[in-house]
Design a protein. Sequence first.
Length: 204
Amino acid sequence: MEQQYSSALLGKAVDEFAKLPGIGRKTAMRLVLHTLRLDADKVDGFCNALSRLRHEVTYCTVCHNISDTEVCSICSNPQRDGRLICVVENIQDVMAIEATMQYKGLYHVLGGVISPMDGVGPSDLEIQSLVDRVEEGGIDEVILALSSTMEGDTTNFFISRKLARFDDVKLTVLARGLSVNNELQYTDEATLGRSIINRVPFRC
């Protein structure tokens, strides 16, 4: 039976919080009641930050990472090594690798991995734009930093075939210190950092 609230606004707020991943209705209620106890200006600031995030944040036209500008701060940083491109599945993986402070090159965010079971094919990912970047020249190495899953390995293989014609570009993968089926964002920084430093040539 659906719970009844003394305030329709309270019930609506609980409904909205409960739509967030991992948030049940009890937790949603606690969050809503906490929000009610906050100063109005703090709540307004929170709502404004969320609204601006949704309406103003964009994606880098080069690497597809989240950005406030057309080209993200990593791609536009002259201190980064533009000869290296690290290919990752999602934005969380960029954050995980950056946290290790062991990588100083650029990134390319695919937006997922090839997964026929989920209806995700190569054309649904940013693979062609990666090929285009390599084709423009100036790239010495492409690091495949995808999760060590069947889908990740399939995507690695597909990318390797697309880049096979670039003989002067080295193709590497993270050292297999990462456990099978592990995702980069859940790997501790020390392990991930070592896997980047000790990366090895990609073998089909």
